[in-house]
Design a protein around this ligand. Structure first.
Ligand code: SF4
Length: 150
């Protein structure tokens, strides 16, 4: 699979979104872009070395989203609350650069299975169950960098 080598920027709640991504999205263009980032970079060989810069505005996943409005979002109040909770849980600061492997370590150390109902409250994708399933796999793995079977 061809790797997208564009620099990756994530708003705080998108680290968990990337962990749980199974192909759902807001539009075909959105899903294709997110798949390039998640499957093409983060889940590729040596993907844990991918460097991700933290931002609190529209990021690499937001770019083709039909809900995006410039650097903002039509659901900005809900999104801000999500970002604030995730930034606190994972100790993410604006402008900080972390690798995907470091992000997985932080998720495993700070987010317990079952915690997404509060951490991701009001997310429309939570009921799919893919994110909780991915979080459980992460905790069950011997190391945070073990790949799941998907
Ligand atoms: S809904 Fe908003 S925060 Fe989520 S990907 Fe789209 S623009 Fe970004």
């Amino acid at each position: 699979m061809a790797a997208n080598k564009n620099p990756v920027r994530f708003r705080p709640h998108h680290f968990l979104c990337a962990l749980g991504f199974q192909g759902a999205g807001y539009s075909p263009a959105f899903t294709a872009n997110m798949s390039d980032i998640v499957n093409g970079q983060l889940r590729s060989k040596n993907g844990e070395q991918t460097r991700i810069t933290v931002t609190f505005v529209a990021d690499s996943i937001c770019t083709p989203c039909p809900e995006r409005r410039g650097l903002g979002c039509v659901k900005i109040n809900t999104i801000r609350q999500l970002d604030e909770r995730h930034a606190k849980a994972l100790s993410l600061r604006d402008g900080e650069c972390v690798t995907w492997g470091e992000a997985l370590e932080r998720i495993k150390s700070n987010v317990a299975p079952g915690q997404l109902s509060s951490l991701c409250q009001n997310c429309q994708w939570l009921s799919l169950g893919a994110c909780e399933a991915a979080l459980s796999r992460l905790h069950a793995a011997d190391t945070p960098l073990d790949k799941d079977a998907s």
